[in-house]
Ligand binder design. Sequence first.
Ligand SMILES: Nc1ncnc2c1ncn2[C@@H]1O[C@H](COP(=O)(O)OP(=O)(O)OP(=O)(O)O)[C@@H](O)[C@H]1O
Ligand SMILES: [Mg+2]
Length: 266
Amino acid sequence: MSENTSPTNKQIILESKAITRNFGGLVAVNNVSLTVNQHEIFGLIGPNGAGKTTMFNLITGLIPPDRGELLFAGQVISQLSPHEIANLGIARTFQNIRLFGELSALENVIIGGHLHTKSNIITGVLGLPNAAKEEQKIREEALELLELIGLGNRSQEKAKNFAYGDQRRLEIARALALQPQILLLDEPAAGMNPSEKHELSEFIRNLRDRFNLTIILIEHHVPLVMGLCDRIAVLNFGQLIALGEPTLIRNNPAVIQAYLGDNKND
Ligand SMILES: Nc1ncnc2c1ncn2[C@@H]1O[C@H](COP(=O)(O)OP(=O)(O)OP(=O)(O)O)[C@@H](O)[C@H]1O
Ligand SMILES: [Mg+2]
């Protein structure tokens, strides 16, 4: 319905209003205000320690802000629990992969789907029909997601046995099982070789279109970010130093000095 990309008709799905988060004396995220539009692939870049993951932790409710407010589709979410925020439709992957290594690929994705289930523990325990049906549906959807990431024929293998790139995709599948509106990806290409990175880029774009997602991407690999993102925000020492389309970011002197000029360029 709202696939419109005209500048006058963009819908804001996520808003950060002057968000600040301190850790002891360190200001990890400093007065950051930005908006993310629906259906956008939004890049979040900056040097190590710039506050990118902290921003994701704030958005997903893992930590509360000290000051400021976060809004999802106009609703204030900054005081909600991670579970409540996930249920509203914000899912993420982690910079350090957080799969259950001893569980199968399928079970890992099913866990993501369970966050979304409407059956509660009681109906589940009593084995009531609705719960069984929902269980079956979650399982089928999980299998479809495994197909999508190319692991359909390895659904029973333990997560810990997958190659690094496959584990990263498995985390994405688990996040998708939540049926989110916003998907936050924290360095999904880390540790991938150049051809895997290229494939991942295509994959992310396809996900956005197929599931009508908004995607926020933290990534150090500059060519990937520049090629994939509609807009990019640059953090440096917790502060937002630039925000705009890739070409603007690429030519911004403050960004070049803080980030693009260093050895991360490839
Ligand atoms: N839970 C925490 N307790 C204390 N300090 C923290 C915590 N989380 C993050 N920090 C600090 O906040 C700053 C920002 O960290 P953050 O992980 O957000 O950076 P980043 O931009 O994701 O960096 P990287 O590119 O290395 O992943 C760093 O100095 C980090 O050490
Ligand atoms: Mg990080």
